[in-house]
Ligand binder design. Structure first.
Ligand SMILES: Nc1ncnc2c1ncn2[C@@H]1O[C@H](COP(=O)(O)OP(=O)(O)OP(=O)(O)O)[C@@H](O)[C@H]1O
Length: 173
């Protein structure tokens, strides 16, 4: 069984920043999985697909299976993801059923998301707003964080919640 710290929130809410701080402070190894890494390395480039909409379900099913594969092989994970598509949570609920999950929701005000998105310059303008209005709906988090709070305080809160044994996550609700 592996431990999966699942960081969830809109684009620009602070998932990658928190993941990096968690790994700095954790005192134990976590493998950080995010599609950002595939995109930023050039390994995955949606613009190259003649029919990305058609290819998208297969790409993400593969990503989800890879996450479960790493966890199944005993790797503790920090997973950064956005559940913006119907069926993804259910797919991951099945794939991660045998693992400990800490489901962390990052709530960041829309104005901050838009400011960050504009400042970054490498995100599609409007993605954050699109996520903001829907991405937290119906989810049960184990911890909810303010994405504008100090990242060290947020990391401390997450690490303090990693009790052994971990209660069954709201992710599976
Ligand atoms: N707690 C924070 N306070 C202030 N700025 C922050 C905080 N967390 C993140 N940021 C800034 O917000 C921007 C987006 O952060 P980050 O890349 O961590 O978001 P993300 O949720 O991983 O985004 P995406 O899903 O688009 O990859 C960065 O410029 C980062 O420096």
């Amino acid at each position: 069984m592996a431990l999966v710290v699942f960081l969830h929130g809109p684009s620009s809410s602070g998932k990658s920043t928190l993941a990096a701080e968690l790994r700095r402070r954790a005192g134990r190894p976590f493998l950080h999985l995010s599609i950002d890494h595939l995109r930023d390395s050039g390994a995955w480039d949606p613009a190259r697909y003649p029919d990305w909409r058609g290819a998208r379900p297969g790409f993400f099913s593969g990503f989800h299976a890879a996450v479960a594969g790493f966890a199944g092989a005993g790797n503790d994970l920090i997973l950064e993801h956005i559940l913006d598509t119907p069926g993804w949570q259910a797919e991951l609920q099945v794939l991660l059923a045998s693992h400990d999950v800490l489901f962390v929701g990052l709530h960041t005000p829309l104005s901050a998301l838009q400011q960050r998105e504009a400042a970054r310059g490498d995100r599609i303008i409007g993605s954050a707003a699109q996520d903001f209005h829907s991405v937290h709906a119906g989810l049960t988090y184990d911890i909810t964080l303010d994405g504008t709070a100090s990242v060290s305080d947020s990391a401390r809160r997450v690490l303090a919640a990693l009790k052994d044994p971990l209660p069954r996550s709201g992710f599976f609700a």
